[in-house]
Each structure stands twice: as C-alpha cells, then as structure tokens.
Write a protein that binds this ligand. Structure first.
Ligand code: FAD
Length: 288
C-alpha cells in the first residue's frame, strides 16, 4: 500500500497561518503517516515550530513530527526541547545537523557544548525518550561531502544511532535516486529511504533552493517553466504534470512511500496523492 507524509514550514504571519491551517484541513483526510514541521536557525522561528507542532497535536488526529537541528544550542538546551516535545505528546523528531545561521555554504561549526551532527542528535534523542527519528539522505551528495564515502559514512552513522527512516533532499531526476539507493545498498546500509518530492510552485524559488543545497535542476525541466513567471495558472498546470510524471515513474520503479514538501499549499499535493492511489478517508486519521 502506498504511504505518504507531508512537510510544512511554520507560518510567519496570521495570513500565512490561515493558509497553513486550510492546507492541513484539506490534507488531513488523506491519512498521512505523519506531517512534519521544519525548524529554522533563529529563535523566533523555533518558537513558531513548537507552536505549530503543538497545535497539530492538540487540534488534529495527525501524527506530528518536529524537525530539530543542532545549530547554535547546547546539548542541555536541545535536550529540554526534546523533553518538552515528549511531554506535549509528540512522538517523532526529524533530527538534523542544520546549517549556520548565515545559511548553507558557510562552513559548519558545531556549538562548543552542542550535538555535532544528525547522527549525534539521533543518538541523543533516542537516549532521552523512545521517539521515532527520521534523518536526511542526499541522492546528489550533501554539499559538505567531498566524496560519496564521506556522505554514506554519515548516513551509516545516523542509521547506527537508531534512525528509523531517511528522507531525501528533493531531486528531479529519478535515475539519481535509483543510483543512490544502489550506493546505499552496496555500502550495506539498511534503512527505508523515502523520496522527498517538491511540487514546483515557482521555478525561480526552486532554482534558488537547489543552488543552496546542492540539488540539480535539469535544463529540460527548467525550460518547461520558461516564460511562465507571471502566469500562475499555467505554472500550476505544468507543475502538476511534471510532478505527476515524477511520482508515477517512481511508483513504477517500486517506490511505495513518498514525502511531500508541500510549501504549505494543498492543491498540487492533494492531486498527486490521488494519482498514486491515496484517497480521502471518510473519517480523519485515527490518533496514534
Ligand atoms: P548530517 O547528515 O549530520 O551531515 C551533513 C554532512 O556533513 C555529511 O553528509 C557530511 O558531509 C558532513 N558531516 C557531518 N558530520 C560529519 C562527520 N562526523 N565526519 C565527516 N563529515 C561529516 N534545515 C533546517 O535548518 N531546518 C529544517 O527543518 C530542515 N529540514 C530538512 C529536512 C530534510 C528532509 C532535508 C533533506 C534537509 C532539511 N534541512 C533542514 C536542511 C539540513 O539542515 C541541511 O542540509 C544541513 O546542511 C545538513 O543537515 P543534516 O542533518 O543532513 O546533516
């Protein structure tokens, strides 16, 4: 059976909060495995993540996962956040190293008393409470990895620390994902690697994200969006067609679990879910 999960970011304004909640309400009947909320480097972003996750736990039947990074915080500070989530009923954390507050590309320096990376954080979380922990995977290598061995070693450390699944950075070429699965298998790493699917709302924005995180955007894909910057309606149709091609192709290759980067919008993701056989339940998802 095909399974899905959805990723949101914490809203920055009342209007964005309304959009997010309309999205959550629309997507909830699709009964995702979990929904996750990203975590930023700044203090106020952190507060918004906590608030959003807690509201999902309190007001929906969805299983909420909180993203958490090691950035600019001591172990004690991060441990307090972890305990707070457990007490609030959260049972799943997406454990991340994160990037320096200046953004990706700035060499990473761990906090002197902090968790060092995603593997160290995963072990820390598991030692505190029996959370489900998801970690990251990079079909095109993490930009900090000079070679594949370094990259796969880090994935192996995260799995050895107890990670329950890995979610990939977005990618647009399914061959890259398949080649990555082969590398992981060859390295003897046993973990479910869930493809992270980005439905393209704006090619400009996707190219900017891709540049920062080391993902590639094929020219053939970019050209499909050429001239559509000011035509939201056409862009949405092309985006739906492009993402449909990608998820249906992955399904034909045997993929049965998908993580959607929703950008807090429901329409594309809802349509994609229908295409891969996920239909709304008559009742909302049962609480875990
Ligand atoms: P890790 O996997 O811990 O490490 C990344 C790389 O650093 C390794 O591949 C390796 O090259 C190097 N490295 C780390 N430790 C070692 C070591 N001991 N020895 C050698 N090399 C090492 N960012 C946010 O700020 N907030 C979010 O909510 C967020 N959510 C994300 C969700 C997903 C699914 C993905 C794919 C990324 C997300 N990110 C988020 C981005 C992420 O924080 C960055 O990609 C960051 O640069 C790396 O974090 P990580 O957990 O992947 O790092």
């Amino acid at each position: 059976m095909t399974r899905v999960s959805f990723e949101f970011f914490p809203p920055k304004s009342d209007a964005m909060e309304e959009t997010l909640w309309a999205t959550i309400t629309k997507l909830e009947p699709l009964n995702p495995d979990f929904v996750s909320v990203t975590y930023g480097a700044g203090g106020s972003t952190r507060e918004r993540t906590h608030r959003t996750v807690k509201r999902i736990v309190d007001e929906t039947n969805l299983r909420a996962a909180a993203h958490l990074t090691c950035v600019a915080a001591s172990r004690d500070e991060v441990n307090a956040v972890i305990k707070d989530y457990w007490d609030a009923g959260v049972r799943h954390i997406v454990a991340l190293r994160g990037d320096m507050p200046e953004g990706p590309g700035t060499p990473y320096a761990p906090h002197a008393d902090g968790y060092q990376n995603g593997a160290d954080l995963t072990a820390g979380i598991k030692a505190i409470d029996p959370f489900e922990v998801s970690v990251t995977a990079y079909p095109e290598k993490h930009p900090d990895s000079p070679d594949w061995d370094t990259d796969l070693d880090q994935l192996a450390r995260k799995v050895d620390a107890g990670a329950d699944r890995a979610i990939t950075q977005f990618f647009f070429d399914n061959d890259l994902y398949e080649a990555y699965l082969e590398r992981v298998a060859k390295r003897g790493i046993k973990v479910n690697i869930v493809p992270g699917i980005m439905a393209i709302h704006s090619m400009k924005q996707v190219k900017r994200f891709a540049g920062m995180c080391g993902a590639s955007v094929p020219d053939s894909l970019a050209s499909r969006f050429e001239g559509l910057d000011d035509d939201a309606e056409q862009r949405l149709l092309v985006s739906a067609a492009v993402a449909a091609e990608q998820v249906l192709d992955l399904q034909s290759r045997g993929v049965d679990t998908f993580h959607f980067y929703t950008m807090n919008r429901a329409e594309l993701v809802y349509a994609l879910c229908r295409l891969i056989g996920i239909h709304p339940a008559t009742e909302p998802a049962a609480a875990a």
